[in-house]
Every structure is written in structure tokens, then in C-alpha cells.
Write a protein that binds this ligand. Structure first.
Ligand code: ZN
Length: 251
């Protein structure tokens, strides 16, 4: 169900989608479009960011990259069991309630197209990520190599509770039609794929075509229209950072 506010936001942004630069070299053009997705009330306060409530955006668009850590011990407060909500998952997985419906719709649409997606990994706490990272260090032998495959604790987008690995069979997924389907369709359900092949030198992580970060349908669709998956001088997380700072949500 789309709220009135979302409809208003959509009306504001859709005409601009065609004006998106289709490469990442025109930073000022990109910033102008991003600013146009930020709505203000008559007093100048931010009232919506790409159709989303600023309070939601302040959490959902937090910076979580190889360089930027989340606030220490950050944990969302609306985590719910994925399987209990009827969304396919590998084992016990939890996600923020606000992404459940988009996650369900993504997985259902994928299945309709013959692709088996499920929540292979959802929310991971900072403490759990410490275990994940330690296991990767044991596997690869040193922290720098491990950090190309796995985030350090505090840096994982899974700690946001809105990021999903849509499989846990990574090798098979990488070469599967499901990966192509996800690249073409994730945005329709509010997800971006930050770890593309083109962005490897920027993110510092190997490409992970299964790793889907939720940023809301409007922002994800705007990024898709701009061809972000082929960008190689900025990445989806850079856009997240720009939207956050231009919305004065930083700090
Ligand atoms: Zn992931």
C-alpha cells in the first residue's frame, strides 16, 4: 500500500528519472537529482526523503562501508522472524519489520520468474559479525584478505536489519539466471546491490551479486535509472551518503 506521502514523492521524482545522467561522472547532476528527492515543509524542515519518513531514513541510510562503521552497538528495534512472517529463509533469520513486505514481494516475483531466492542471511548483530569475521580471518590467514570477503564488526550492512543475502549458495548463485534477474529487478522492491563488479575498487569488497541493501523503492529505482551498477567512480553507498548529508541527517 503506497501512502499519500509516497505518492506525492513519487510524483515529484518520476519526471526526473529520465533526466538522470547515465554515468557517474556528472556529480553535480547526480547531486541535483538527489536533492530533488528531498522534500521540505514550509519551515524548511525535511518532511520526506525519496518518499520515506526522515526518521526511517535516518536509520535505513546509515553509512556502513569498509571505511564507515555504524554507531557502536547499533541494533534496530523492530526485528522479526522472517520464517514466522512466511518469507522463505535458510534457518532462523530476522529482518526489520519495515522490509518484510518488500522482501516477500521480491522473493515471490523471483519465484514466478523461475528463480529461487530466499533470505540466506538477514540481520547480523555486531557480536555475531565479530564471529563471522574471525572465521574469515582463520580461513584466509590475514585480516586484510578476510576484509575483502567479509565486513569487520560494526561495518556490516547486515547490522542494519534491512540487508539480505538472497542465497547462501554463493558460488552457484553467481552464475545463475537468478543473479541476472536480481540485477534487473531488485530496485522494484526497494533494494540496491552495492557490491558490483564495477565497484570493487571503490567498496574494497569482492563483488557480491546476492547482497541486497534496502533503500526504499523510489531511491532504488532512481539509482537503477541512472545505471548505478556500471558506475566505477562512485557506488550506491556513496549515493546513500550524499542523500544523508543533503538531508542533514548526519550526526
Ligand atoms: Zn551480504
Amino acid at each position: 500500500m503506497i501512502s499519500r506521502r509516497q505518492l506525492l514523492g513519487l510524483g515529484l521524482v518520476l519526471p526526473l528519472l529520465g533526466a538522470w545522467p547515465t554515468n557517474d561522472t556528472d556529480l553535480e547532476a547526480i547531486r541535483g537529482i538527489l536533492r530533488s528527492g528531498i522534500q521540505r515543509d514550509s519551515g524548511g524542515a525535511v518532511s520526506a526523503v525519496f518518499g520515506m519518513d526522515p526518521a526511517v531514513v535516518a536509520e535505513v541510510l546509515q553509512r556502513a562501508t569498509r571505511e564507515d562503521a555504524l554507531p557502536g552497538g547499533y541494533a534496530p528495534t523492530d526485528l522479526v522472524s522472517v520464517a514466522a512472517a512466511g518469507v522463505p529463509a535458510a534457518g532462523y533469520q530476522v529482518l526489520r519489520r519495515i522490509v518484510l513486505e518488500d522482501a516477500r514481494a521480491l522473493i515471490e516475483e523471483a519465484a514466478n520468474a523461475g528463480n529461487n531466492l530466499y533470505v540466506g542471511s538477514g540481520y547480523r548483530s555486531e557480536a555475531y559479525q565479530a564471529d563471522v569475521f574471525a572465521a574469515q580471518v582463520r580461513r584466509w590467514g590475514d585480516e586484510d584478505t578476510a576484509n575483502r570477503y567479509s565486513a569487520r564488526p560494526g561495518h556490516s550492512q547486515h547490522q542494519l536489519g534491512t540487508t539480505i543475502d538472497v542465497t547462501d549458495a554463493f558460488g552457484a548463485f553467481r552464475k545463475s539466471p537468478a543473479a541476472d534477474w536480481l540485477r534487473d529487478n531488485a530496485h522494484r522492491f526497494g533494494f540496491v546491490l552495492p557490491y558490483t563488479q564495477a565497484s570493487v575498487p571503490l567498496t574494497g569488497y569482492v563483488d557480491e551479486p546476492w547482497h541486497a541493501r534496502w533503500v526504499g523503492r523510489m531511491l532504488a529505482s532512481a539509482l537503477q535509472a541512472a545505471g548505478y551498477q556500471d558506475w566505477n567512480s562512485m557506488d550506491a553507498d556513496d549515493v546513500v551518503a550524499l542523500v544523508r548529508s543533503d538531508s542533514a541527517l548526519d550526526g
